[in-house]
Write a new protein. Structure first.
Length: 220
């Protein structure tokens, strides 16, 4: 959350018009670069636009792909069985105020999902987002994305650590502008605060047999 009290010295400076001119020029150039990024982004690219820079992603490791697949199966099955909204994975371009992201898994409640036509390509802030950590993305997942997702009111954010086989569950609490760590779990079960009734064993995200068993439970 922007605290204007921290900017008082800038507001009082005789250089304020020049500072504003520089900022506006940078933002204008950034908008053009962002438009070009969206025009040139192909379905085969895994890329994001962050603070004016195009970030290309290298191919994911098997452990990352497996964890993403398991969680996607569980969440997608549950959400569609109960008519709760829409779930997408990786190639959904999430367009926030300044940055464009392609999170690993996202959920949109019914209200937002009902606005998506068959040719929809630029999506608003989801209601729930998951990022699976990798060495190349961890600093962004815990940094700019962590801040940006919270600022745009994404009610719940899971960070999944493949190496620790753990899930960090972050939620927005009323009256607060940043995420609160609800829990970090390497065992037991985790229940979403946003996707009503969605509760799964932690093991189901990291093990195929546990995943299959959890999937049967969600279908009962």
């Amino acid at each position: 959350m922007l605290d204007e009290s921290n900017l008082e010295s800038i507001f009082a400076s005789p250089e304020l018009p020049k500072i504003a001119e520089v900022i506006n020029s940078k933002l204008a150039a950034e908008r053009k670069a962002r438009e070009r990024f969206r025009r040139e982004l192909s379905p085969s690219d895994k890329a994001e636009f962050i603070a004016g820079v195009v970030v290309m992603h290298s191919p994911a490791k098997a452990k990352h792909l497996r964890v993403t697949r398991r969680l996607l199966k569980l969440l997608d099955t549950y959400v569609h069985r109960h008519g709760l909204g829409e779930v997408f994975s990786e190639k959904a371009l999430i367009c926030l105020t300044r940055n464009d992201y392609e999170p690993d898994v996202v959920f949109f409640g019914k209200e937002k999902a009902s606005t998506f036509g068959p040719d929809h390509m630029e999506f608003p802030a989801p209601d729930f987002v998951v990022e699976v950590l990798s060495q190349s993305t961890a600093s962004r997942d815990r940094g700019v994305k962590f801040q940006d997702y919270a600022q745009h009111g994404i009610g719940e954010y899971w960070i999944v650590d493949c190496d620790e086989k753990a899930i960090e569950q972050y939620v927005l609490r009323e009256g607060e502008s940043g995420y609160h760590l609800a829990q970090k779990l390497a065992g037991g079960s985790i229940e979403s605060r946003v996707v009503e009734g969605f509760e799964i064993p932690i093991a189901a995200v990291f093990d195929d047999q546990a995943n299959a068993a959890a999937l049967v439970g969600l279908c009962d």
